[in-house]
Ligand binder design. Sequence first.
Ligand code: CDP
Length: 230
Amino acid sequence: MGISPFITVAVDGGAASGKSSTSRALSARFNLMHVDTGSHYRTVTLALMQAGVSPEDSAAVETRLQAVPLGTVLEGRTARLAINSDVPADAKLRTPEINALVSPFAALPAVRRFLFDYQRSLAALARAHGFDGLIMEGRDIGSVIMPDADLRLFLEADPAARAARRVAEGGVDSIARRDQIDASRATAPLVCPPGAVRIDSTHLSLDEVVEKVAVLLEQLRAAKPTVTNS
Ligand code: CDP
Protein backbone atom coordinates (compact mmCIF):
# COMPACT_ATOMS: atom_id res chain seq x y z
CA MET A 1 0.00 0.00 0.00
CA GLY A 2 1.30 3.50 -0.81
CA ILE A 3 1.28 6.17 1.86
CA SER A 4 1.70 9.94 1.49
CA PRO A 5 5.22 11.32 1.05
CA PHE A 6 6.65 13.19 4.06
CA ILE A 7 6.63 16.92 3.24
CA THR A 8 8.67 19.57 5.07
CA VAL A 9 7.66 23.23 4.98
CA ALA A 10 9.71 26.14 6.36
CA VAL A 11 7.80 29.38 7.03
CA ASP A 12 9.79 32.52 7.83
CA GLY A 13 8.86 36.17 8.17
CA GLY A 14 8.88 39.20 10.42
CA ALA A 15 6.74 39.80 13.50
CA ALA A 16 2.98 39.48 12.97
CA SER A 17 3.45 38.55 9.29
CA GLY A 18 0.80 35.79 9.53
CA LYS A 19 3.15 32.82 10.00
CA SER A 20 1.20 31.15 12.80
CA SER A 21 -2.32 31.38 11.37
CA THR A 22 -1.09 30.25 7.95
CA SER A 23 0.95 27.38 9.41
CA ARG A 24 -1.91 26.15 11.59
CA ALA A 25 -4.36 26.13 8.69
CA LEU A 26 -1.93 24.20 6.47
CA SER A 27 -1.12 21.82 9.30
CA ALA A 28 -4.81 20.90 9.60
CA ARG A 29 -5.35 20.62 5.86
CA PHE A 30 -2.30 18.48 5.06
CA ASN A 31 -1.85 16.61 8.37
CA LEU A 32 1.51 18.26 9.06
CA MET A 33 2.95 18.53 12.55
CA HIS A 34 3.12 22.24 13.40
CA VAL A 35 6.03 23.84 15.25
CA ASP A 36 6.14 27.54 16.22
CA THR A 37 9.80 28.22 17.00
CA GLY A 38 8.92 31.77 18.12
CA SER A 39 7.22 30.13 21.10
CA HIS A 40 10.48 28.25 21.79
CA TYR A 41 12.35 31.55 22.10
CA ARG A 42 9.52 32.98 24.19
CA THR A 43 9.55 29.92 26.50
CA VAL A 44 13.32 30.14 26.99
CA THR A 45 12.99 33.90 27.60
CA LEU A 46 10.38 33.24 30.31
CA ALA A 47 12.64 30.67 31.99
CA LEU A 48 15.63 33.05 31.93
CA MET A 49 13.52 35.97 33.15
CA GLN A 50 12.21 33.87 36.05
CA ALA A 51 15.80 32.93 36.90
CA GLY A 52 16.68 36.64 37.03
CA VAL A 53 19.15 36.40 34.14
CA SER A 54 19.55 39.36 31.78
CA PRO A 55 20.40 39.17 28.05
CA GLU A 56 23.40 41.43 28.72
CA ASP A 57 25.02 38.65 30.78
CA SER A 58 25.69 36.01 28.13
CA ALA A 59 27.90 33.93 30.48
CA ALA A 60 25.04 33.65 33.01
CA VAL A 61 22.64 32.76 30.17
CA GLU A 62 24.91 29.94 29.02
CA THR A 63 25.33 28.56 32.55
CA ARG A 64 21.63 28.76 33.28
CA LEU A 65 20.64 26.98 30.06
CA GLN A 66 22.68 23.94 31.08
CA ALA A 67 20.11 23.36 33.83
CA VAL A 68 17.07 23.64 31.54
CA PRO A 69 15.63 20.24 30.49
CA LEU A 70 13.63 20.35 27.23
CA GLY A 71 10.71 18.13 26.27
CA THR A 72 7.80 18.12 23.82
CA VAL A 73 4.06 17.94 24.38
CA LEU A 74 1.73 17.36 21.41
CA GLU A 75 -1.40 19.48 21.57
CA GLY A 76 -3.46 18.36 18.60
CA ARG A 77 -1.12 18.80 15.63
CA THR A 78 1.07 21.38 17.37
CA ALA A 79 4.27 20.23 19.10
CA ARG A 80 4.90 22.52 22.09
CA LEU A 81 8.19 22.98 23.89
CA ALA A 82 8.09 21.95 27.56
CA ILE A 83 10.63 22.94 30.20
CA ASN A 84 10.60 20.66 33.24
CA SER A 85 7.53 19.00 31.65
CA ASP A 86 5.66 22.32 31.78
CA VAL A 87 4.26 24.06 28.68
CA PRO A 88 3.60 27.71 29.58
CA ALA A 89 0.19 29.02 28.53
CA ASP A 90 0.22 31.28 25.45
CA ALA A 91 -0.90 34.24 27.57
CA LYS A 92 2.27 33.88 29.66
CA LEU A 93 4.44 33.89 26.53
CA ARG A 94 2.89 36.95 24.90
CA THR A 95 3.24 39.55 27.63
CA PRO A 96 4.75 43.00 26.91
CA GLU A 97 7.79 41.98 29.05
CA ILE A 98 8.48 38.91 26.91
CA ASN A 99 7.84 40.87 23.70
CA ALA A 100 10.52 43.31 24.84
CA LEU A 101 13.11 40.70 25.91
CA VAL A 102 12.71 37.87 23.42
CA SER A 103 14.73 39.40 20.56
CA PRO A 104 17.71 40.38 22.75
CA PHE A 105 17.82 36.80 24.12
CA ALA A 106 17.26 35.26 20.66
CA ALA A 107 20.26 37.20 19.32
CA LEU A 108 22.62 35.35 21.68
CA PRO A 109 24.53 32.47 20.01
CA ALA A 110 24.25 30.43 23.25
CA VAL A 111 20.45 30.58 23.10
CA ARG A 112 20.35 29.63 19.40
CA ARG A 113 22.80 26.75 19.92
CA PHE A 114 20.66 25.56 22.80
CA LEU A 115 17.56 25.21 20.57
CA PHE A 116 19.27 24.09 17.34
CA ASP A 117 19.49 20.31 17.97
CA TYR A 118 16.07 20.27 19.58
CA GLN A 119 14.43 21.94 16.57
CA ARG A 120 16.28 19.71 14.14
CA SER A 121 15.06 16.61 16.00
CA LEU A 122 11.39 17.45 15.44
CA ALA A 123 11.11 15.97 11.93
CA ALA A 124 11.81 12.53 13.41
CA LEU A 125 9.11 13.14 16.02
CA ALA A 126 6.61 14.07 13.31
CA ARG A 127 7.38 10.85 11.43
CA ALA A 128 7.15 8.77 14.60
CA HIS A 129 3.68 10.19 15.27
CA GLY A 130 2.44 9.36 11.77
CA PHE A 131 2.15 12.92 10.41
CA ASP A 132 2.40 13.42 6.65
CA GLY A 133 5.00 16.11 7.19
CA LEU A 134 6.22 19.00 9.27
CA ILE A 135 5.53 22.72 9.04
CA MET A 136 7.91 24.85 11.10
CA GLU A 137 7.71 28.63 11.40
CA GLY A 138 10.22 31.20 12.62
CA ARG A 139 13.00 33.47 11.41
CA ASP A 140 15.78 31.04 10.41
CA ILE A 141 13.90 27.89 9.46
CA GLY A 142 14.57 27.92 5.70
CA SER A 143 18.05 29.35 6.18
CA VAL A 144 19.45 27.36 9.13
CA ILE A 145 17.13 24.76 10.71
CA MET A 146 15.61 23.12 7.59
CA PRO A 147 17.56 24.49 4.60
CA ASP A 148 16.56 21.37 2.66
CA ALA A 149 12.82 21.82 3.29
CA ASP A 150 10.60 20.80 0.36
CA LEU A 151 8.95 24.21 0.41
CA ARG A 152 10.36 27.45 1.86
CA LEU A 153 7.98 30.37 2.33
CA PHE A 154 8.72 33.93 3.29
CA LEU A 155 5.69 35.90 4.48
CA GLU A 156 5.61 39.66 4.33
CA ALA A 157 3.11 42.45 4.96
CA ASP A 158 3.65 46.17 5.24
CA PRO A 159 4.47 47.38 8.76
CA ALA A 160 1.17 49.22 9.22
CA ALA A 161 -0.84 46.09 8.36
CA ARG A 162 1.24 44.00 10.76
CA ALA A 163 0.93 46.53 13.59
CA ALA A 164 -2.85 46.65 13.04
CA ARG A 165 -3.06 42.83 13.25
CA ARG A 166 -1.20 42.80 16.56
CA VAL A 167 -3.46 45.52 17.97
CA ALA A 168 -6.52 43.53 16.79
CA GLU A 169 -5.14 40.54 18.74
CA GLY A 170 -4.98 42.79 21.80
CA GLY A 171 -1.18 42.68 22.04
CA VAL A 172 1.31 45.31 23.19
CA ASP A 173 4.28 44.77 20.93
CA SER A 174 7.14 46.69 19.36
CA ILE A 175 7.14 44.92 16.03
CA ALA A 176 9.51 47.30 14.24
CA ARG A 177 12.08 47.11 17.05
CA ARG A 178 11.98 43.29 17.12
CA ASP A 179 12.32 43.10 13.34
CA GLN A 180 15.29 45.44 13.46
CA ILE A 181 17.07 43.34 16.13
CA ASP A 182 16.15 40.05 14.41
CA ALA A 183 17.30 41.17 10.96
CA SER A 184 20.57 42.75 12.10
CA ARG A 185 21.92 40.10 14.50
CA ALA A 186 25.08 38.24 13.50
CA THR A 187 23.78 34.71 14.18
CA ALA A 188 20.90 33.38 12.06
CA PRO A 189 19.36 36.74 11.16
CA LEU A 190 15.88 37.06 9.71
CA VAL A 191 16.36 36.70 5.94
CA CYS A 192 14.36 35.52 2.99
CA PRO A 193 16.11 32.18 2.37
CA PRO A 194 17.37 31.36 -1.13
CA GLY A 195 14.71 29.67 -3.23
CA ALA A 196 11.88 30.73 -0.91
CA VAL A 197 8.47 31.70 -2.27
CA ARG A 198 7.70 35.26 -1.09
CA ILE A 199 4.09 36.04 -0.29
CA ASP A 200 3.03 39.59 0.53
CA SER A 201 -0.21 39.39 2.51
CA THR A 202 -0.81 43.13 2.95
CA HIS A 203 -3.88 42.92 0.71
CA LEU A 204 -4.68 39.20 1.07
CA SER A 205 -6.97 37.47 3.57
CA LEU A 206 -5.72 34.49 5.55
CA ASP A 207 -7.79 32.17 3.32
CA GLU A 208 -6.23 33.64 0.19
CA VAL A 209 -2.70 33.08 1.53
CA VAL A 210 -3.56 29.52 2.58
CA GLU A 211 -5.05 28.77 -0.86
CA LYS A 212 -1.92 30.01 -2.61
CA VAL A 213 0.30 27.76 -0.51
CA ALA A 214 -2.11 24.82 -0.71
CA VAL A 215 -1.73 24.83 -4.51
CA LEU A 216 2.06 24.59 -4.11
CA LEU A 217 1.76 21.78 -1.56
CA GLU A 218 -0.62 19.79 -3.76
CA GLN A 219 1.90 20.07 -6.61
CA LEU A 220 4.72 18.99 -4.33
CA ARG A 221 2.80 16.03 -3.01
CA ALA A 222 1.94 14.93 -6.51
CA ALA A 223 5.59 15.20 -7.59
CA LYS A 224 7.13 13.46 -4.58
CA PRO A 225 7.16 9.65 -4.70
CA THR A 226 4.85 7.94 -2.20
CA VAL A 227 6.41 5.54 0.28
CA THR A 228 5.44 1.88 -0.09
CA ASN A 229 4.90 0.06 3.17
CA SER A 230 4.13 -3.46 1.99
O1 CDP B 1 4.42 36.04 16.74
P1 CDP B 1 5.51 36.95 16.25
O2 CDP B 1 5.71 36.85 14.77
O3 CDP B 1 5.37 38.35 16.71
O4 CDP B 1 6.88 36.49 16.95
P2 CDP B 1 7.36 35.03 17.26
O5 CDP B 1 7.32 34.19 16.03
O6 CDP B 1 6.63 34.53 18.46
O7 CDP B 1 8.92 35.25 17.62
C1 CDP B 1 9.32 35.95 18.77
C2 CDP B 1 10.79 36.28 18.64
O8 CDP B 1 11.55 35.07 18.72
C3 CDP B 1 11.24 36.94 17.36
O9 CDP B 1 11.06 38.35 17.37
C4 CDP B 1 12.71 36.55 17.31
O10 CDP B 1 13.50 37.40 18.11
C5 CDP B 1 12.73 35.17 17.94
N1 CDP B 1 12.80 34.08 16.95
C6 CDP B 1 14.02 33.77 16.40
O11 CDP B 1 15.01 34.45 16.67
N2 CDP B 1 14.16 32.71 15.57
C7 CDP B 1 13.10 31.96 15.25
N3 CDP B 1 13.28 30.90 14.46
C8 CDP B 1 11.83 32.27 15.78
C9 CDP B 1 11.70 33.37 16.62
